[in-house]
Design a protein around this ligand. Structure first.
Ligand code: ADP
Length: 457
């Protein structure tokens, strides 16, 4: 496994462990707060009920008693008219529902508790539930309407072990002439999560923040590592390419030197001159390569030292194209569309020529059919725009964002088919920037590329 992968794995494991630890801690804190709130509200509601019982003047079930009393009186008289037992049984659910409804709607305990909680500085919103445990209608004999199962298994309210959001506040027994009724009054804090969230907000925020910081640092570190790796790969490729480039003229010179040693060559003056010329040509090439390497090293340390002077730009571009064609141009057809007559710009003609030459030679080099190059030149918004469009192999989207990087060569396509060092476009960009301008690319694989240089005028 590569170093980068193991770092990635290690980072991910660390982050997962950290997040799990934080989640465990937060869950612990949450549970603790949950329990605390439960206990707090339970004791508070019990306190409230105790205080209520102390105040004889307030009976929160006054209305309930009144309504149920009237209802049960009427019920008893109605029931006495029903002879069929089954019919009475059928009415049970209806009776139970009515009792339940009255208990829920007419009691004042919820209002009392709410005011009490608020007075003590706590959250006053909650939902109440009333569960009837038993209900008997009392006539000559007792008619059992409902008998809950759980009632007998429970001894006291404190023994309630429901979910932590439901608090059994009290269980009641109400009795009047014609009914006896037992029920539980419970409260439920639907907003409890919100309350806990409010109380744990700071620690929660800190946890999330620290996780974010760690994740961000990790991502940055990883990205840097990846970038370093990419650059080191580019350098290795460059060294391989330059070695290859240097070897070709060198071996030609070596072979030519050996040839000159041969008697039959030296005896022919023409052959000797030809071989000497070959050596000369290859030496020039070697020299160019070495100069280029020196230039790169120089560039690393200093910026371009431009010698700018006001130049007639259309004339210069035309000259560059002409000498490109004269110098071979590999049979490229170049179409000029220049609309820069009389436009002057402050430029360094030598660097500018290198820039345009690099674009032209790439347009020819990266083509697998007869190269046709369109050159457009015009002024737009006080800037000179020069566009070099070719009908070459084009550049993949994934390569486009790196194409102006030093030593970068497109990985797609056969890289060895086209020789190069990955410096041409790097120079183009540097030169354009040194003139206060820029260069952009738009390209589609197999269709061609357009490089657009803009410089101020
Ligand atoms: P080199 O040509 O020495 O490889 P450059 O910096 O000039 O270096 O170009 C970088 C890469 O961009 C090339 O390797 C090539 O893949 C791609 N490229 C440059 N110009 C063109 C073009 N006109 N058409 C297609 N690909 C191009």
């Amino acid at each position: 496994m590569g170093k980068r992968n193991s770092i990635l794995l290690l980072g991910i494991i660390t982050i997962v462990i950290m997040i799990s630890a934080q989640v465990i801690i937060i869950r612990g804190v949450w549970k603790q707060k949950d329990e605390m709130l439960y206990l707090r509200y339970r004791s508070l509601s019990q306190e409230a009920v105790a205080s209520l019982r102390g105040q004889r003047s307030i009976d929160v079930y006054d209305t309930v008693r009144f309504v149920l009393n009237k209802y049960s009186e009427q019920l008893v008289s109605d029931l006495s008219k029903i002879k069929d037992r089954q019919e009475i049984m059928n009415k049970r659910q209806e009776i139970l529902d009515y009792f339940s409804k009255v208990l829920n709607q007419e009691q004042d305990l919820s209002g009392f508790l709410s005011t009490y909680f608020e007075k003590m500085g706590f959250e006053k919103d909650f939902k109440h539930t009333i569960e009837i445990n038993y209900l008997n209608i009392i006539d000559q004999d007792t008619l059992q309407i409902y008998q809950g199962e759980s009632f007998f298994s429970r001894r006291a309210p404190a023994a309630d072990s429901g979910p932590l959001s439901t608090i059994l506040v009290y269980w009641y027994h109400l009795e009047d002439n014609n009914y006896s009724l037992g029920f539980d009054y419970k409260i439920d804090f639907s907003d409890k999560q919100k309350m806990i969230l409010k109380e744990t907000a700071t620690s929660l925020g800190m946890s999330i923040f620290s996780i974010l910081v760690v994740v961000t640092i990790f991502i940055i570190t990883y990205k840097n590592l990846k970038e370093e790796k990419r650059l080191s790969n580019l350098k290795t490729d460059f060294i391989n390419n330059i070695t290859h480039e240097l070897k070709t003229p060198l071996s030609t010179i070596t072979v030519a030197g050996k040839t000159l040693e041969m008697e039959q060559i030296r005896s022919s003056e023409q052959k000797t001159i030809e071989t000497a010329k070959l050596i000369g040509k290859q030496s020039v090439h070697l020299n160019q390569l070495i100069n280029m390497m020196l230039e790169i090293t120089m560039l690393e340390r200093t910026q371009f030292q431009l010698e700018k002077k006001s130049t007639e730009i259309e004339e210069l571009i035309s000259d560059i194209i002409d000498s490109f064609i004269q110098g071979g141009g590999n049979g490229a057809k170049i179409n000029k569309h220049l609309d820069l007559n009389g436009v002057q710009a402050d430029i360094d003609t030598i660097y500018f020529t290198t820039m345009l030459n690099n674009l032209l030679s790439n347009a020819v080099k990266y083509s697998d059919k007869d190269p046709v190059i369109e050159i457009d030149g015009y002024v737009n918004d006080k800037r000179i725009v020069i566009r070099v469009t070719d009908n070459g192999i084009g550049i993949h989207k994934s390569d486009q964002k790196h194409i102006f990087d030093k030593f970068y060569r497109a990985s797609t396509g056969n890289i060895h088919k086209y020789k190069g060092l990955g410096l041409g476009l790097y120079y183009v960009k540097k030169i354009a920037e040194a003139h206060g301008g820029d260069v952009t690319l738009s390209s589609r694989p197999d269709k061609g590329s357009t490089f657009t240089v803009t410089i101020p005028c």
